[in-house]
Write a protein that binds this ligand. Structure first.
Ligand code: CAA
Length: 389
């Protein structure tokens, strides 16, 4: 029985900040961001947008199209949680009016958690093929101003359903994973901005990727040429190129720049203009690839590498299903990205410095451009969300 991704939808904030403007403000050569990191723009979440609204907006088209009518498991994968106790997925469960017979929980392990959620959802479906699960990965990536990580900030969410006989991607049974207690990137509870040991984090990413590959290849017997494309967790889009070069080198494969580009083609376009989406990032890469024009990927095998600092990594794979393009939201994704509002540097800083009140009093938030849901305010320490007409 095939199990995997049956539908997939991506959402990002309606405001975008151009990295050339950031480079000017930071007196940095823009080529460092555009070429060195491979980033052009970052999505910026306004004060009335958070991981919950981004996630609900990503899942909205699936709800509208009746794809969530029979889910009985909702896993919300995020490291931008809005409450220490209540799962953010419950706000989404309410906003989308999902079935009450449903297990709902929030999962966290930095940017890796959506992959754990996908595998847990697949196991849930395997237990009884009539079951269907919804995974929502959603994050807002935030560093201190003037930190080297600033140019990699971004936000976005991907919602996908997991079912038997999937329309988009059938998962292979093999998965190679690796965990290690390291401090490469973290965010203590008392901080809004992540802390990162930047260069070290990229080294740990690569080492973890190679550990996971050895585990995956040992189970599957597959080599590089068994894959049409490779999707990577993209903290910044050039990370994929660095990882693929190191993988090819470790396998003594003949791989010049052209071959590396072929393996990654289509996977980085969305990340390049949204920035890091943490838990959603690998699935933004997957959506970007599936939406890409050109080669029909039906029956092609994709390799996927998920990385979460701290750290856990996983290599897994799947086969794209015939007719997959009919199950996608390609036009909607393209229109959303094309219609974002550009920010000036001053607007970017103003939004950055906005602090949600913590006094528990009643606060109504100003209305910005958002998707179908927004954070309307706070009352008696309770967040109130609302649908936007
Ligand atoms: N023209 C062209 N390229 C230029 C350039 C110019 N004028 N100036 C610099 N570059 C290149 C550099 O050569 C470098 O490329 P290489 O890596 O190929 O050498 C690239 O631009 C970046 O330059 P630096 O390495 O000097 O940049 P930096 O040290 O200031 O910052 C970073 C890079 C450490 C990745 C930083 O952006 C950062 O801390 N990011 C956040 C952490 C992160 O994303 N880590 C990734 C792994 S951890 C993870 O994946 C989890 C997660 O999501 C956070």
């Amino acid at each position: 029985m095939n199990i995997g991704i049956d539908s997939i939808s991506f959402y990002t904030a309606q405001y975008a900040f151009d990295l050339e403007k950031l480079a000017e403000a930071r007196s940095v050569d823009p080529k460092k961001y555009l070429q060195g990191l491979g980033q052009e723009r970052m999505s910026v979440a306004p004060p009335d947008e958070d991981a919950v609204t981004l996630g609900a907006s990503a899942a909205h088209p699936l709800r509208r199209d009746g794809k969530l009518d029979d889910i009985d498991l909702l896993l919300f994968a995020t490291e931008s949680g809005v409450d220490q106790s209540k799962a953010g997925g419950l706000f989404i469960h309410g906003l989308l009016d999902l079935p009450s017979r449903c297990r709902v929980l929030e999962v966290k392990q930095a940017c890796y958690s959506a992959t754990a959620a996908l595998q847990l959802a697949a196991a849930h479906v395997r237990g009884s093929p009539g079951r269907k699960a919804l995974v929502i990965a959603s994050d807002v990536a935030r560093y201190e101003l003037e930190n080297p990580g600033e140019a990699t900030q971004g936000c976005g969410a991907v919602a996908f359903t997991v079912a038997a006989d999937p329309a988009v991607l059938a998962l292979d049974p093999e998965a190679g994973y690796h965990a290690e207690d390291v401090m490469d990137f973290w965010r203590p509870n008392y901080r809004r901005e992540a802390l990162v040991d930047g260069k070290y984090s990229t080294r740990v990413y690569i080492d973890t990727m190679l550990h996971c590959w050895r585990d995956y290849a040992g189970q599957s017997g597959r080599g590089l040429e068994d894959f049409e494309r490779f999707c990577y967790h993209l903290p910044f889009s050039r990370m994929a190129e660095k990882a693929q070069v190191r993988l090819a080198r470790a396998l003594h494969a003949e791989a010049d720049g052209k071959r590396i580009e072929e393996w990654l083609e289509g996977t980085r376009e969305y990340a390049r203009v949204t920035g890091n989406c943490y838990a959603a990032s690998l699935y933004v890469a997957l959506t970007s690839l599936l939406d890409a024009p050109g080669k029909d990927l039906a029956q092609c095998r994709l390799g996927l590498f998920s990385y979460g600092s701290g750290c856990v990594g996983e290599w897994f794979s799947g086969v794209v299903q015939p007719g997959y393009r009919q199950a996608l939201y390609t036009q909607q994704h393209r229109a959303m990205l094309a219609n974002r509002e550009p920010l000036t540097y001053r607007q970017y800083e103003d939004i950055y410095h906005f602090l949600l009140p913590e006094d528990g009093a009643d606060h109504v938030l100003p209305q910005y451009r958002t998707g179908p849901y927004r954070l309307a305010g706070i009352s008696n320490h309770k967040r109130t969300y609302e649908a936007v007409d």
